[in-house]
Design a protein around this ligand. Structure first.
Ligand SMILES: [Zn+2]
Length: 376
């Protein structure tokens, strides 16, 4: 197993070159052309490594790319990677790639183009060192994770259902830890409608939608319970227009997170049963729980312990911890498939200005990825 590490360490310059090429190919979720350009780069690499490559074409989202090694080889392991980023086209002009000592800065480097490099080089290392396993290995590159995986969810579930392990290649925790639980996420919109009236001449006849929505903001915020792992965050508010008119319209957008599956249902019930506080006003609620939580349970702990044991063989002492964000791990975990997240690079600042990866982590994480594929 240690030969994986030494082989990959020698590949670091090539890994950096590929990471640079990937980061320099901007791939905002809403920009199909950009995401597809990354998809073509990935498909070419997968083919060169001997994978059977399928392109799952999409009309408006980017195409998904699936590379399968050893089809029919049994005991399949599926790896999940997303090609899209949260950065609109043009971001590179303001924030070009730069390397400062061990840090590689660039939009989308940590989340998760470094993961692409890690997975591709893990396969290459398995070939080069003679540790190539007989099992089926599926590398699933999707195009719309950052906006909720609406076109990729079924593909993710279909490729996970019979898998012995789902490795979700999101970035590691800042200390290199794996992600053993994730919150479920929901996004809802609440619209309040009142009655417009002259703010002076007919104040008493108006029903102020902003006042109504203000009640709902306070109510929802007060339901946050950190102990229970449930949060409500009103993240946007709009309404009214001119000051001399009692406003008849206001709306909020609410981000909700839950740690337990049953709390997801509770959150839905709370939202869809909100009652107006002002006589005569009405509320309309829309939205959904996009991702179920990936709960921390005995299965998750068992998966982690096994990965940790494999990690020891290449000199890593892995830890694990929770992540507040959503990922596709929620979909595979909800199917009961052994799932662990955070196999990507060590770094920091996903979705932020200081997004970077530690270059020294690339060979290490690729070796971990390869070792798990070989030894699971
Ligand atoms: Zn991500």
């Amino acid at each position: 197993m240690l030969e994986l590490k030494s082989y990959l360490q020698a590949q670091l310059p090539d890994m950096i070159a590929l990471l640079t090429e990937l980061v320099n190919t901007e791939s905002y979720t809403e920009d199909k052309a950009g995401v597809d350009a990354v998809g073509r780069l990935i498909a070419a690499r997968l083919e060169a490594l001997g994978a059977c490559v399928t392109v799952d074409r999409q009309a408006s989202a980017g195409d998904h790319v699936i590379g399968i090694f050893n089809p029919g080889g049994g005991s399949p392991i599926s790896l999940y990677l997303h090609m899209d980023t949260v950065y609109p086209p043009g971001v590179l002009r303001e924030r070009p790639v730069r390397i400062v000592e061990d840090r590689f800065y660039g939009p989308g480097a940590n989340d998760m183009k470094a993961s692409h490099v890690i997975a591709l080089y893990a396969a290459q290392a398995l070939r080069a060192t003679g540790l190539w396993p007989a099992r089926e290995m599926r590398l699933v590159f999707t195009s719309d994770e950052e906006t909720g995986s609406h076109t990729s969810r079924r593909l993710i579930e279909d490729t996970a259902r019979d898998a012995a392990l789902a490795m979700v290649m999101e970035p590691a925790l800042p200390d290199g830890g794996l992600k053993s639980s994730r919150k479920g996420t929901g996004l809802f919109k609440v619209v309040a409608r009142g009655k417009a009236a002259h703010a002076g001449a007919a104040h008493a006849l108006g029903i102020n939608a902003i006042q109504e929505i203000a009640y709902q903001v306070l109510k929802l915020q007060s339901l946050t319970d950190y102990e229970r792992g449930v949060t409500f965050s009103v993240g946007a508010i709009r309404g009214g227009g001119v000051t001399n008119v009692v406003p008849d319209y206001a709306e909020i957008e609410v981000d909700t997170r839950v740690s337990k599956t049953e709390d997801g249902e509770w959150v839905r019930e709370v939202l869809f049963n909100l009652a107006p506080a002002l006589p005569g006003s009405t509320l309309e609620v829309s939205g959904e729980l996009n991702r179920p939580p990936m709960e921390y349970n005995t299965q998750r702990l068992a998966v982690f312990e096994r990965v940790r044991e494999i990690g020891r063989r290449i000199g890593l002492d892995l830890t694990h911890g929770p992540s507040g964000g959503g990922s596709d791990a929620s979909f595979t975990a909800a199917l009961g498939v052994p799932t662990l997240d955070g196999f990507g690079a060590v770094g920091d600042g996903a979705h932020a200005l200081h997004e970077h990866v530690l270059l020294s982590s690339l060979p290490e994480r690729a070796a971990l990825c390869a070792a798990v594929l070989a030894a699971w």
